[in-house]
Write a protein that binds this ligand. Structure first.
Ligand code: MN
Length: 289
């Protein structure tokens, strides 16, 4: 199943070119205090079985006529894996504009980082470069959406805690600052176009992923090159943090990271998930409403 958020917080099911509004199946008035994680993803286990019967009586929207938002509205945290493809580690160590004097070794040594969830946008919005005079890079990544609370998870059980997958863009300013700072600017975490539930992805560690900028391939690889695969990332992350429904793990980027500039258009694709296009805004510094 493909689940999206669209047209200002409607929850949808995507079937081919049709999008069915299933918002009415969710309790959208949570009690205070909100539980950790995303309120909608938390309700998915009860809602999923009701969807087929419900949509059979609904009139669909057309996919081409809606605005897609981040499929997770309020992830409790967005976890990033900084150096998780060998060829990206090599390119980073070879390029001073990427490494800023650091030598990258392994994820074990560098650990994970957190992207602020205020950075989150979906494909209908634009990435804004608040510092267009600095080097701003795209990083296309498989994003894992957690489905249930997870702590000290073992490798073999790790996929039991996954709700689904989407495309993630871990937008990044290169520089000497800590990653959580450079990767957390508003609009620097893109998720979309929808969540594909895990039953549709036979093996998340065997998916082609790519990104084009202005029609030209920049990154084109496969999750089979992940150093920490999806299960190991969940095992590793859940030793440091409790994972909650709707938390997102961006699994790391392959080689080919490069600069984007105002007016560029990125097109990211992951096998089995889909494709999304997202623009780099021509201006910046305008408040996002
Ligand atoms: Mn990244």
């Amino acid at each position: 199943m493909r689940l999206c958020r669209f047209n200002r917080d409607r929850i949808g099911v995507v079937e081919g070119e049709a999008v069915y509004d299933i918002t009415a199946l969710f309790d959208v008035q949570p009690a205070w205090p909100l539980p950790h994680g995303d309120w909608i993803v938390r309700q998915m286990p009860e809602v999923l079985p009701k969807i087929p019967g419900y949509v059979s009586e609904q009139k669909p929207f057309l996919l081409s006529g809606i605005r897609l938002e981040s499929p997770v509205a309020n992830p409790g945290k967005i976890i990033g894996a900084p150096i998780n493809y060998r060829a990206h580690i090599d390119e980073a160590n070879a390029d001073k504009a990427i490494n800023h004097g650091k030598t990258f070794t392994s994820l074990d040594q560098y650990g994970l980082f957190i992207k602020a969830n205020s950075a989150l946008i979906g494909p209908s919005e634009e990435v804004q470069l608040s510092f267009p005079d600095r080097r701003n890079d795209h990083e296309v990544e498989l994003a894992v959406v957690i489905g249930k609370e997870a702590r000290f998870v073992k490798y073999d059980q790790a996929l039991d805690y996954v709700f689904g997958y989407c495309i993630g863009l871990d937008m990044t300013i290169r520089g000497p600052e800590f990653p959580g700072f450079r990767k957390s600017l508003d609009t620097f975490a893109v998720l979309g176009p929808w969540i594909v539930t895990k039953d549709e992805i036979a093996d998340p560690n065997k998916l082609g992923l790519s990104i084009k900028v202005n029609g030209e391939f920049r990154q084109n690889s496969n999750t089979s090159y992940l150093i920490f695969d999806v299960q190991r990332l969940i095992e590793y992350a859940s030793r440091f943090y409790t994972l909650y429904p709707g938390d997102v793990i961006m699994t790391g980027t392959p080689e080919g990271v490069s600069q984007v500039n105002p007016g560029d258009v990125m097109e990211a694709e992951i096998e089995g998930i889909g494709r999304m296009q997202i623009a780099i805004a021509r201006d910046w510094g305008t408040p996002r409403l």
